[in-house]
Design a protein around this ligand. Structure first.
Ligand SMILES: Nc1nc2c(c(=O)[nH]1)N[C@H]1C(S)=C(S)[C@@H](COP(=O)(O)O)O[C@H]1N2
Ligand SMILES: [Mo]
Length: 238
C-alpha cells in the first residue's frame, strides 16, 4: 500500500506506526508482563488517536476494473477457525442494538432493498497476502440510516456466528465503501466467505471485514475485538 502522509505531511504513516508497542518494548528493553500492560494500552490508544486524525472520510480506497479482479479460484478463505460456523441462511436476521431509534432484527430481504453498491476492492490480510474480489452489498451507512442509528455514537461493534467480533470508529463505518456485503462475484456470498452477510471495509486491514455478522451494536464505549484484544492494531487503517 502507498504510505499516507501524516498530519504534518512530513513523516509517513509507517513511521508513526514504528511507535508500535513491540518496537518500543525492545527499544526500551522492557520484558512484557503485568507492569507493561498499561504502557501497551497507552501506546495503542495513541496510535488509534493518530490514525483517526489522519483518516479522511472522503478518500476512497482504489477500485479496480473487472479485468483486475482476482479469478474466483483465487478468492481465498481465511479465519480463526478451520471450518465454518453453523449458519441458518434462510432464517437469518441481523440484530441491531444500542444507540439506534429502531433496534431489533432485520431480514436479508430488508437489507437487499436498500441501495446496492458493487465494487472491486483489495482485501489485505495482515498475514501478507491480498486479493481483489468483486463485492456487492448495501453501504453500511445506508443500513445505519435505515435503523435510525445515532450519528453521534462513537463506535460500532459487530458480533459473528463463530464468536469472532470486531469494532470500528464511526467515520470508518460511515465510509462510502464500507459494505454490509451479501454478494461476491455476482452471487450470494458463500458460507465460507461469511454468508449471509459480512462487513467489507477496504479502508482497513482484512481482519476488520467481519464474516457471519449477526449483531451490530452502537455505543460510546470503545469495544475491542478478537484480534485487537490480543494486541493487533484496533484502528487498522490502510
Ligand atoms: N467472523 C469472522 N470474520 C473474519 C475472520 C474470522 O476468523 N471470523 N477472519 C478475518 C480475517 S483475518 C480475514 S483475512 C478475512 C478473510 O475473509 P475471506 O475468508 O472472505 O477471505 O476475514 C476476516 N473476518
Ligand atoms: Mo486476515
Amino acid at each position: 500500500m502507498k504510505p499516507k502522509q501524516s498530519i504534518a505531511g512530513m513523516i509517513s504513516r509507517r513511521e508513526i506506526l514504528k511507535l508500535s508497542p513491540l518496537i518500543l518494548l525492545s527499544g526500551c528493553d522492557i520484558t512484557p508482563g503485568e507492569k507493561t500492560e498499561p504502557l501497551l494500552r497507552t501506546v495503542q490508544q495513541f496510535n488509534d488517536w493518530v490514525q483517526s486524525k489522519v483518516f479522511d472520510p472522503d478518500k476512497l480506497a482504489p477500485e479496480y476494473t473487472d479485468a483486475d479482479v482476482t479469478p474466483e479460484e483465487g478468492f481465498r478463505v481465511n479465519g480463526k477457525d478451520a471450518g465454518e460456523p453453523d449458519i441458518d441462511v434462510v432464517n437469518w436476521s441481523l440484530t441491531i442494538e444500542g444507540l439506534v431509534s429502531k433496534p431489533g432484527t432485520y431480514t436479508l430481504g430488508q437489507i437487499a432493498h436498500l441501495p446496492k453498491r458493487t465494487m472491486n476492492t483489495r482485501h489485505c490480510c495482515v498475514e501478507g497476502w491480498s486479493m481483489i474480489p468483486q463485492w456487492a452489498g448495501t453501504p453500511l451507512r445506508e443500513f445505519l440510516r435505515f435503523v435510525g442509528a445515532d450519528p453521534r455514537a462513537k463506535y460500532i461493534e459487530v458480533r459473528c456466528a463463530d464468536d469472532y467480533f470486531t469494532s470500528y470508529d464511526m467515520p470508518s463505518a460511515l465510509h462510502p465503501q464500507t459494505l454490509l456485503c451479501y454478494e461476491a462475484y455476482g452471487k450470494p456470498l458463500s458460507i465460507s466467505h461469511g454468508a449471509p452477510a459480512r462487513i467489507v471495509m477496504p479502508v482497513k486491514l482484512g481482519y476488520k471485514s467481519a464474516k457471519w455478522v449477526h449483531t451490530i451494536i452502537l455505543t460510546n464505549e470503545k469495544p475491542g475485538g478478537y484480534w485487537e484484544d490480543q494486541g493487533y492494531d484496533w484502528f487498522a487503517g490502510l
